[in-house]
Design a binder for this molecule. Structure first.
Ligand code: ADP
Length: 172
């Protein structure tokens, strides 16, 4: 057990030199738009080959590959829920993305990891609700991890970064 440090930055997640970055992928793991497309472009074609070998991923689950040409050593691919109004288990599935990504990271002795705002782009999860789930879930799991020391919420937009900052303040 350790006390992982949780922080927020506004950045392009593909620029971060950490042990792992998390990809908000889709079930095929074959790439897409948004952060997924950016990660595949920056990592190069070997990432797609590695993802093909994984044969997809269920919503709420997580799988890991190398980071190839990225500054990050690994990519943890997780599949967020598509927002269908909030009554289709979206909250549980989104929490599972954060939980499973962190558990997988810890198994692989990853010390530093960054998350994008999973499901809040094309998958249309409301930003405030998604941020609340992200912060609560990560704060809940962090003390149970053995190796992860640094957890970063990497927001692409200033509005998201402000949201996370205020939630983390109330969490501490
Ligand atoms: P999803 O399909 O899970 O909704 P998206 O990639 O469409 O995934 O959006 C998820 C979040 O990733 C959005 O908040 C979007 O602003 C953000 N995002 C897009 N590109 C990047 C990037 N290069 N770095 C970090 N976050 C990004």
């Amino acid at each position: 057990m350790n006390n992982a440090h949780i922080s927020v930055i506004q950045a392009d997640i593909t620029t971060l030199a950490l042990d792992a970055i998390v990809n908000a992928a889709n079930k095929s793991l074959l790439g897409g738009g948004g952060v997924d497309g950016a990660i595949h472009r920056a990592a190069g074609p070997e990432l797609l080959s590695a993802c093909i070998a994984l044969r997809g991923c269920n919503t709420g689950e997580a799988k890991m590959t190398s980071g190839y040409l990225l500054p990050a050593r690994h990519v943890i691919h997780t599949v967020g829920p598509v927002w269908h109004g909030g009554t289709h288990g979206e909250a549980e599935l989104l929490a599972a993305c954060y939980r499973h990504s962190l558990e997988l990271a810890d198994v692989h002795q990853i010390r530093s990891i960054a998350f994008p705002c999973i499901a809040t782009g094309v998958y249309a999860y409301p930003h405030q609700q998604a941020a609340q789930i992200a912060v609560a879930t990560v704060a809940d799991i962090a003390p149970t991890l053995s190796h992860v020391e640094k957890i970063i919420f990497c927001c692409f937009h200033a509005e998201d970064a402000a949201l996370y900052q205020s939630l983390l303040k109330t969490e501490n």
